[in-house]
Design a protein around this ligand. Structure first.
Ligand SMILES: Cc1cc2nc3c(=O)[nH]c(=O)nc-3n(C[C@H](O)[C@H](O)[C@H](O)COP(=O)(O)O)c2cc1C
Ligand code: SF4
Length: 643
């Protein structure tokens, strides 16, 4: 029987070929002034070509001066954007995929210097705690003109050929600010009672209906619960859902929260269906289709079960469709092992939030679809890759896709390097073992010759008669160069040996991602753990969202974190630390070192290979252990240099 996720659905005349919807995600792929670009079109075409039923375009700007999110979202506030928007629609339609824009006004969640120095607009002058300057309370005229701008944008969407339109009423932006008692303190007709707080959304819906008619599908994305003190409760969220349905909305796209609660991106350690209670609750109140969201691509069987159990009618897939553009096709064909699993690391949001293009830690091709980089090369080279960490693996897979013959030599008896190590703690095992599984599947599918437990020498490499040897040997964990460091053990080694021989009280030196991983792993074994970190924060090298999230995870797991603690000396069963100019001794059974890595030296091997007239390319990442994003990019772009 056909999986529910692949079944058709009809939403007010919009016939979708399956129930996989690509969630709206701000990409910064539009031009500086918001025009559709080739980069944007080809990014979506790749997902459409590979079977996504519906694409919901990112927060699409209805008013540039004060309404846009920081930077350069796609714009729909003027007719001059019609040609570009129409190009996008036509390109996606070629593959039978439907597309709707998510029309958006940012409200108070923006800084003035991101919107030309003007104050943000909001129903009331209530400042966001995390993402914006003090907003200006909107006047009646400003409210009316914003309602009109939403209506004009919807009409423009229709003229551009979109299949419908979605209102962005979620995540703490303007429309949500009107319904939320936290941000709407007005006592005129736009605030106060529930009915008055609904008015802004209702007037927008009516304005849109007047302009586009009843037949044009209208979706509404909203946070059914805000989870901020004083904010929208689920009880009111459900009342709101019924109002939206009665006003003629055709589909409710259910999400969660605002910038302050930030639970709408489930991350490492979160469950894979943690937002489903929201779509389920909404679905029990309305009869129009409901979309669910929240990590549903990481385990597609969960997405399908959500639909089978009637907890939603469609699933919004966000980050997994960044990590793997072929996700929908692979789900359709039951090729689950081939799905490149998203790590829920939020490097993608980190890129956009720091003013860069949308990028992904595991998919270096993201955003470069328009360059069609993976065309087969003329000459088939014979390549030996030394090292099966993420850089070596990405290099090998890319080179094999380009048509080259690839042999991997790996000294360990496993692939993945630090990806393997990151897969050991339970809290992120699904993501990282999913990625390892993908690598292994691709190695087999592409006919890459994998040799484990081989320490590569020039002589061994020569036996393969390669045209090119690629050294991707990675890095080695180091200890602090301080007195007593012989009493500490390397954290990654303890992860690999399952923590053998460790006592009950453990000090982990270093609060980077690896330090957090070993601490979580030890807590899973019920050890008492302290992280000693010299910086003021832990997880500083991770994406801002992930590090904020992991601090909460660490706290919830009763791991003691001592920041601004400089380790001065290590003893057999204690650590001497300095904090605020005072020294103190912390007793423990074991001391594990998670203080960093250094690149393994390849100069000897490079020289021996050159002496044998073998061409060599070395892939190294600065600072020993680069981010997985640096490693995969390095592997990918280096392989593309092959002619
Ligand atoms: C890089 C990025 C940008 C996003 N931008 C938007 C946006 O423009 N509008 C929106 O409603 N949600 C946005 N989201 C949230 C997603 O639509 C989605 O709700 C969230 O990623 C959870 O789904 P997932 O777990 O499948 O990724 C964004 C998410 C990401 C990762
Ligand atoms: S950057 Fe990380 S969270 Fe974002 S899509 Fe890629 S793997 Fe997933």
């Amino acid at each position: 029987m056909e999986k529910k996720i692949m079944q058709e659905i009809n939403i007010n005349g919009m016939k979708l070929k399956n129930r996989i919807s690509m969630a709206p995600m701000y990409s910064k792929y539009a031009s500086e002034s918001g025009e559709v670009s080739d980069k944007l079109i080809e990014y979506f075409v790749r997902r459409a070509k590979n079977g996504v039923g519906l694409i919901i375009l990112e927060n699409t700007c209805i008013e540039w001066e004060q309404g846009r999110i920081f930077g350069n979202p796609v714009a729909i506030y003027d007719d001059r954007f019609l040609p570009g928007l129409n190009e996008l629609v036509k390109a996606v339609h070629r593959y039978g995929t439907k597309i709707i824009p998510e029309i958006h006004h940012v409200g108070r969640q923006v800084f003035s210097d991101h919107i030309n120095g003007k104050p943000p607009l909001a129903p009331s002058a209530v400042k966001s705690k995390v993402g914006g300057d003090m907003p200006k309370k909107m006047t009646e005229e400003e409210i009316i003109s914003t309602i009109k701008a939403f209506g004009d944008a919807a009409l423009r969407a229709k003229k551009a050929g979109f299949d419908g339109v979605e209102l962005h009423g979620a995540h703490g932006y303007l429309i949500q600010e009107f319904i939320s008692p936290l941000t709407n303190l007005r006592n005129d007709r736009w605030g106060g009672s529930f009915e008055n707080r609904c008015r802004f959304a209702i007037e927008i819906i009516r304005e849109i209906r007047t302009k586009v008619g009843e037949e044009f599908p209208l979706f509404f994305r909203f946070s059914a619960e805000e989870s901020s003190p004083g904010g929208l409760t689920l009880e009111e969220g459900l009342k709101y859902a019924k109002v939206l349905e009665s006003e003629g909305v055709d589909c409710l796209d259910v999400t969660h929260g605002n910038y302050e609660s930030l639970k709408h991106f489930p991350m490492q350690g979160d469950s894979f269906d943690q937002l489903i209670y929201l779509s389920e609750a909404v679905k029990s109140e309305v009869s129009i289709p409901v979309i669910a969201v929240g990590s549903l691509g990481i385990k597609p069987e969960i997405a399908n079960n959500v639909l089978e159990a009637k907890k939603a009618d469609l699933v919004n897939i966000g980050r997994e469709l960044l990590a793997d553009s072929e996700f929908a096709k692979k789900v359709a064909n039951d090729n689950f092992d081939e799905i490149r699993t998203c790590l829920r690391c939020n490097e993608c949001t980190g890129s956009v939030d720091t003013g860069k293009y949308l990028a992904c830690a595991v998919n270096p091709e993201l955003g470069y679809e328009y360059k069609d980089l993976l065309k087969s090369r003329q000459k088939r080279k014979n390549i030996v890759v030394v090292g099966a960490g993420p850089a070596g693996l990405e290099y090998s897979i890319t080179a094999a896709k380009l048509g080259h013959k690839v042999t991997i030599l790996e000294k360990n008896d496993y692939i993945g390097g630090l990806v393997k190590i990151a897969s050991i703690p339970n809290y992120k095992n699904t993501e990282f073992s999913g990625l390892l599984n993908y690598y292994m599947t691709m190695i087999k599918r592409l006919g890459i010759n994998l040799n484990l437990s081989i320490k590569a020498t020039a002589e061994i490499i020569e036996e393969y008669s390669p045209d090119l040897a690629v050294l991707a040997v990675g890095s080695k964990a180091v200890k602090l160069p301080i007195k007593g460091n012989q009493y500490s053990e390397i954290a990654v080694e303890k992860l690999l040996d399952n923590g053998q021989g460790l006592g009950e009280d453990i000090c982990v030196i270093g609060g980077s991602g690896v330090g957090i991983d070993i601490a979580m792993f030890l807590r899973e074994k019920n050890k008492n753990v302290k992280i000693l970190e010299m910086q003021a924060e832990i997880g500083g090298e991770l994406s801002p969202m992930l590090s904020t999230h992991l601090k909460e995870v660490v706290k919830a797991n009763n791991i003691e974190v001592l920041t601004s603690h400089l380790v001065k000396e290590i003893k057999e069963n204690s650590v001497i630390v300095e904090h605020n100019g005072q020294e103190k001794e912390i007793n423990c059974d074991n001391i594990l070192s998670a203080v960093g890595f250094k690149n393994l030296d390849t100069t000897g091997l490079e020289k021996s290979l050159k002496d044998k007239d073998i061409e060599v390319q070395t892939l190294s990442v600065e600072n020993g252990c680069g981010h997985i994003m640096d490693a995969t990019r390095n592997g990918f772009w280096s392989a593309l240099e092959l002619d």
